[in-house]
Write a protein that binds this ligand. Sequence first.
Ligand code: HEM
Length: 449
Amino acid sequence: MPNQSVNTNGIAGRSQSFDFNLNSFKISVNFGFLVENPLTSLPTYFNPWNTLAEQLPELYKAKRVREAVHELPLLDYNQLSGHRQLRLAHLQLSFITAGYVWQNGEAGIPKSLPKSLAVPFYRISELLGMQPVLCHAGLALANWRLKDPNGAFDFENLQCIYHLPGGYDGDWFCIIPFMVEFNFAKCLKNFVEILNLLNVAEVSNARDAALTDIENRVALQLDEINKVIQMMTKSLTRMHDHLDAKTFFNEVRPFLAGWGGEGTPLPDGLVYEGISTTPIKMLGDSAAQSSTNQALDGLLGVEHKKSQRDVLVKMRNYMPPEHKRFVEYLENRPYGLRNLVESSTNDVLKSSYNNCITALVQMRTYHIQIVSKYIIVASKGMNEGNYKSLDSKGTGGTSVMPFLKDVRADTETKMIGSRQSKKSWLTIGAVTAVGVAVIFGAVRFFKQK
Ligand code: HEM
């Protein structure tokens, strides 16, 4: 693989070289957080897993997943080699586990996972630094393949390796995030360029013409990021093409649920036999586990208030650990993009930055509309009542709407200048209202006299 770093040499006559390397975060410059060319089957020794994962949709429909799991031999996961085999094994076992737990709905849920499934799943997850549950890193990052391997990475040419319930609607629910993640990959080189430029600005303590040059270059990179965020939103709009709200709410979504938590059918969690007799709690699959938005927040310096932040930080435990490290790196840089933008008088830079914030707010607004259609409205008019614990909560465990709206509001406040102007308008509004009330009060007082 080529070195996926970008050098920013000779900025305004200086020759600084900073090597920000995406490889060290297991991020591909072409595929971003997606697994690059995922495997679609494991070596023959693992055929019991290959077969069961492939047959899952039929077995699930016939409520025979548990039967099939009870016949699984305990395979030696040490015979897996390399990252791609481990990711595929994790994906297979996460699908099989979800099928095992949820095959009969909320009724008669098993309290434990048999050893032949639990031990390899738990240990493989440990090796990967991932969680032993169906999650975004599997479903949306490792589950893609192309119908025509020589064709484009595009909606029509994408398919799933393993299938959620709900037929093609379930596949489409995965194909949209494949595309959103792929769109995001297009701005990674701009991330790298900005990080390198920030390093140059910080280390060289650039001033005057040199600083203006850096700022203009950062602005150009931000313009590209803005286009990518808009592309991501455009991909989201395709959700409606093949995902029916009733199918999603009643068939797809319950399969994504986790275990543990008040009001859920497994309040204490699930026992992974052969690992521990204490039940383990896991969040369900949620695209809130995607690193894309958290990386954008990190780069743009969008900080979230404590309650939203606590949720988002918890979601990071479901990312591959290297991606979590990338998000943390962006967030914790001592000299970040906002330092540059806030201290700058360069209108081009400020406007490019604000355009990115606007695009991110618009993406979050569109996502809220999706959630409203597929969860809020569907839970009222289309709810078949089989999964009561999911009526008011996201599969990631949030009180859906307040959380998403607060996350968007945090983003909005990052518009440079907007906070002050909002504040001042609010102040002017409040002062005017008080003034008018005082005048009316005084007039009435004198009339009464
Ligand atoms: C039918 C489609 C979808 C539904 C019903 C849905 C639902 C939700 C819900 C309920 C949450 C809150 C966290 C939780 O409890 O799970 C959430 C968060 C989130 N979702 Fe989705 N989602 C959908 C599609 C997507 C897609 C395709 C993406 C992009 C890949 C996405 C990205 C996010 C992100 C980034 C968050 C975290 C909040 C934020 O950064 O704004 N979602 N989603």
